[in-house]
Design a protein around this ligand. Structure first.
Ligand SMILES: C[S@@+](CC[C@H](N)C(=O)[O-])C[C@H]1O[C@@H](n2cnc3c(N)ncnc32)[C@H](O)[C@@H]1O
Length: 307
C-alpha cells in the first residue's frame, strides 16, 4: 500500500515537472544559441539563482497575463453592474473616454517625460517609472482639459517595459525615440527639478515642462537640474514650501508632479492641489502663514510608488 502511495506521489511529481516544463518555456535553453557580445563571445547564461528566479517570474507573468486580464475585466464589469443597480455614477465609460480623446480641447501646455535614464535603473525601478506613466496617462485622459503628453528618448528598454501593458501604442501620448532637444525648440522647454532655485508660479502656454523619468531613491540627487543647466534650458521647482509645510524631502514621484501640473492648469489653486495630491507620508499641511484663512487639513491620498 505504502509502495503504491509512493509511486503515485512520484508520478504526480513527474507530472507536475512536465507541466512546469511545458508551461514555462520562453526559450529552450538546450537549443537557444544564447547571446553573444560584440566580439562574438557567448555571454554567460542566466544561471545564478537570482537570475533564474527573475526569469521564472517573467515567464509566469507572461503565462498568466491573459487569465489575469480576463479576471480584471470580469471584476470591473461586476463593479459597473453593482454601481448601476445602486445608482452610483462611475464617470465616463472607456468607450466615451476614447471618443473624448478626439474631441477634448487640449491645453496648449505640454508635459514631457524624459526617459533617458534607463541605464541608471534596475528593472524594478524601470517598471515603477512605467507604472507612474500609466497613472499620468489615466488622470490626463479623465481631465476636461488634458495636457499634451509626450515621452522622449523612448528607447528599446522602455519599449519592452511598457509593452507589458497592452495597447500602449494607442494611448493619447506622443512617443519620440529622439531626445527632447531634437524634437522641441530649446526656448520652449522648462525642466522641473526640486533642486532648481527658480520657483514656478504659473504654467505658460506654448511651453513644454519636462519631468525626469527616473526612480532613483535619491541616488542621483540633482541629476536633472545638472542636465538642464548643462543644456542651457530653463528649470524650476514646484512652489511646495510656499503653500505647504512638509515633513519629508521635496522630491516627488513622476505621477505626483504630473498631477500637480495638470490640476493647477485646470484652475485648481496651488494649495488645494498640493494638499490633495501629496501623499500622507510626505506629511504636508498648510503653511503657518496661510493658516489665518484656512484651517490645517489632512491629506488623504496615499502612494507607495517610490521616488
Ligand atoms: C523621482 S524624481 C527624480 C529625482 C532625481 N534625482 C532628479 O535628479 O531629478 C522624478 C522627477 O520629478 C520631478 N520632480 C520631483 N520633485 C519635484 C519638485 N519638488 N519640483 C519640481 N520637479 C520635481 C523632476 O522632474 C524629477 O526628475
Amino acid at each position: 500500500m505504502e509502495v503504491e502511495q509512493n509511486s503515485n506521489h512520484k508520478k504526480e511529481e513527474t507530472c507536475m515537472e512536465n507541466n512546469l516544463h511545458h508551461r514555462y518555456t520562453l526559450f529552450d535553453i538546450s537549443k537557444d544559441p544564447g547571446l553573444k557580445d560584440d566580439e562574438g563571445n557567448e555571454l554567460p547564461r542566466p544561471f545564478t539563482k537570482n537570475q533564474m528566479r527573475k526569469w521564472l517570474k517573467k515567464v509566469r507573468w507572461e503565462n498568466n497575463k491573459h487569465e489575469k486580464r480576463a479576471k480584471e475585466k470580469a471584476r470591473a464589469k461586476e463593479r459597473r453592474r453593482n454601481a448601476r443597480s445602486a445608482n452610483i455614477d462611475l464617470g465616463p465609460s472607456r468607450k466615451t473616454l476614447k471618443k473624448m480623446k478626439l474631441e477634448k480641447p487640449k491645453k496648449n501646455i505640454g508635459i514631457i517625460i524624459d526617459l533617458s535614464f534607463d541605464h541608471l535603473m534596475i528593472e524594478k525601478d524601470r517598471f515603477k517609472v512605467i507604472k507612474q506613466i500609466l497613472r499620468c496617462y489615466s488622470i490626463n485622459r479623465r481631465s476636461e482639459t488634458p495636457l499634451k503628453f509626450h515621452i522622449t528618448s523612448f528607447g528599446d528598454k522602455s519599449k519592452s517595459d511598457i509593452s507589458r501593458h497592452n495597447g500602449y501604442e494607442n494611448w493619447d501620448i506622443e512617443y519620440h525615440e529622439k531626445p527632447y532637444l531634437d524634437v522641441f525648440s530649446r526656448d520652449k522647454l522648462v525642466y522641473l527639478s526640486s533642486e532648481s532655485d527658480n520657483i514656478i508660479e504659473t504654467f505658460e502656454e506654448d511651453t513644454y515642462y519636462i519631468i525626469g523619468g527616473l526612480v532613483d531613491h535619491n541616488q542621483h540627487k540633482g541629476l536633472c537640474h545638472k542636465i538642464a543647466v548643462e543644456q542651457g534650458i530653463r528649470h524650476c521647482q514646484l512652489p511646495l514650501n510656499k503653500y505647504v509645510n512638509m515633513k519629508t524631502r521635496k522630491v516627488l514621484t513622476i505621477d505626483h508632479v504630473f498631477e500637480i501640473v495638470l490640476r493647477v492648469c485646470e484652475g485648481v489653486s496651488w494649495q488645494d492641489t498640493l494638499l490633495k495630491v501629496l501623499p500622507l507620508r510626505k506629511g504636508a499641511h498648510v503653511c503657518q502663514s496661510l493658516c489665518d484663512s484656512t484651517s490645517s487639513e489632512d491629506i488623504s491620498n496615499q502612494s507607495t510608488n517610490g521616488t
